[in-house]
Design a protein around this ligand. Structure first.
Ligand SMILES: Nc1ncnc2c1ncn2[C@@H]1O[C@H](COP(=O)(O)OP(=O)(O)OP(=O)(O)O)[C@@H](O)[C@H]1O
Ligand SMILES: [Mg+2]
Length: 511
């Protein structure tokens, strides 16, 4: 806490002994402890104010129960952080505690170190929540009716091309990693084109088996194959005067590719099993995250079709190459979630936003959207805090989660947590960069933070840590280096013979 004033912690329990012992533990950390001997008294104290920074609340009390008191307290002050105390670790208590917005719960009898860690985590969350207090959104979602957000120069270029291709029927190829917004862009082209009154139909070529895709796209005549009990109109016909979006076109079978080429060249189709030629007026937009150039070289993708499709190419940049767009996408997503009543939270603590901006987002915007949704749902106050982000994201974004960092510091000052085995075992020192397997170079502060995080996290495990770590390190490094023993041994700082032996000892498949 940056406050000079000691944080105030209110202990609500009808057992004087618990109040006393908990009070002693907490005041050993220069927390100012207040007490209430019943749920009623506790609720009254909170309502009277000023609100404590944190409350420890007993679940089972004569009179008003802890769960009841929790509801009153949270109704009076939705940001109030409460840790429930219970002697019975039943699923019901845990579920109710979290449902009514407890920050966490702790089992009696207490482990003093755990109490202090928990208090520290909660107070950190409290501080984070306050730092989000005057949150200013970067955008107003209402201004983005297109649904595409991005102020980065690369996205501005994408917008320009969208504008340029809307006036004609030119075929567009959209490439980019998964979740970068390929379909969104395709829809936007359609909406702004003269075809907006026609249909937009997206066909995921990877999701439809080869033997069904032609019928899906071009339709079929009754009896044309087993199971074709009725005539069927295909997507191209349904899309007449509209736009068809052929997603994952790299997964389309060669035979089907030939038929797509025919549509592009002649503007007509034939239903499967049919003899009539049907004129269709369809604009094609295709997308792929595959490398079609190499597929053309490998003759798995038709060269002529490739050139036909690739008249205009839009490359969607991965999110990690336009990090400046991240806060806007976060705000856009949150505001939409609130509008749809899927979440209440519309703020993000600055530290949490910093983590989101640092993470690499392998799943791009889709991953970011999902994560924002998840975090908004589990956030307890009115802001997404660092503690609401998944630990994988925290670890690889190089932030020791507040919770775990606090745990580590308690451990070191009380000496009560088991020390993590230091690198003196059979494993040779491992280059930490390999732990945080990012392609870019890792600043050493990030490595420090990642190690802090690992240390705290691993201290909680009850298993031989070094062996597990070594196994993971070896497996991951081998994978990253395509099983190349020489380079892997170099990376791990061991001889090739040692690596081979460790691979054997750990029962790993060398392949
Ligand atoms: N620039 C953006 N602004 C706001 N939302 C976006 C943006 N880009 C993508 N999204 C959202 O991210 C999600 C994924 O987008 P989309 O489906 O268009 O990606 P994709 O590239 O087609 O992914 P895949 O290759 O996995 O099919 C959608 O919910 C979309 O609304
Ligand atoms: Mg898609």
């Amino acid at each position: 806490m940056s406050d000079a004033k000691a944080p105030v912690i209110l202990v609500i329990d009808d057992d004087a002994e618990v109040r006393y012992s908990l009070g002693r533990v907490l005041s050993s950390r220069k927390y100012q402890v207040a007490e209430a001997g019943s749920g009623e008294a506790g609720v009254a104290a909170v309502k009277k104010g000023p609100p404590p920074d944190l409350i420890f609340l007993d679940v089972r009390m004569g009179g008003m129960s802890g769960i009841e008191a929790l509801q009153h307290i949270r109704a009076a002050n939705p940001r109030q952080l409460v840790i429930l105390m219970t002697a019975f670790g039943t699923a019901q208590t845990a579920i109710e505690a979290m449902k009514y917005g407890a920050f966490d719960y702790i089992m009696k009898p207490f482990d003093p170190a755990k109490v202090l860690t928990l208090a520290e985590n909660a107070l950190k969350a409290h501080a984070d929540m306050r730092s989000a207090g005057d949150y200013k959104p970067t955008i107003n979602a209402d201004d983005y009716r297109e649904g595409i957000v991005g102020a980065s120069p690369v996205m501005q270029d994408v917008f320009k091309v969208i504008g340029q291709v809307t006036a004609s029927d030119v075929t567009v190829m959209i490439t980019g990693e998964s979740g970068t917004g390929k379909e969104l862009v395709a829809r936007s082209i359609w909406k702004h084109s003269h075809r907006a009154k026609g249909n937009f139909i997206a066909v995921n070529c990877a999701a439809i088996p080869d033997n069904l895709i032609e019928s899906e796209l071009f339709g079929h005549e009754k009896g044309s194959f087993t199971g074709a009990t009725n005539q069927r109109i295909g997507k191209f016909e349904l899309c007449d005067r509209g736009t068809i979006f052929l997603d994952e076109i790299g997964d389309m079978a060669l035979a089907t590719q030939t038929k797509i080429l025919r549509v592009l060249q002649q503007g007509d189709i034939q239903r499967v099993g049919g003899t009539d030629t049907i004129k269709v007026d369809v604009r094609i937009i295709a997308a792929t995250n595959k490398d079609l150039e190499s597929m053309v070289k490998a003759k798995t993708f038709r060269e002529d079709l490739y050139y036909r499709l690739n008249v205009v190419r839009i490359k969607m940049p991965p999110l990690r190459d336009r990090r400046e767009d991240i806060p806007q996408i976060v705000d856009f997503t949150l505001q939409n979630l609130v509008k749809q009543k899927k979440a209440r939270v519309a703020k993000v603590a600055p530290e949490a936003m910093a983590v989101l901006s640092r993470y690499d987002w392998p799943g791009n915007v889709r991953e970011l959207e999902n994560l924002v949704y998840r975090s908004a749902v589990i956030a307890q106050g009115d802001a997404i805090l660092v503690k609401d982000l998944p630990s994988e994201v925290l670890a690889s974004a190089g932030a020791a989660p507040a919770a775990l960092a606090a745990g580590a510091s308690v451990a070191s000052s009380t000496g009560s947590a088991p020390p993590l085995a230091s690198g003196s075992g059979s494993a040779s020192p491992v280059p930490p960069a390999a732990l945080v397997a990012t392609p870019t170079s890792v600043p050493s502060q990030t490595v420090e933070q990642a190690l802090d995080f690992l240390h705290a996290e691993l201290a909680k495990l009850d298993e031989p840590i070094l062996e597990r770590l070594e196994r993971e390190m070896i497996v991951r490094s081998l994978k990253a280096l395509d099983g190349n023993l020489a380079r892997t041994s170099e990376l791990l700082g061991m001889t090739r013979a040692t690596l081979r032996k460790r691979v054997e000892d750990l029962g790993l498949q060398p392949a």
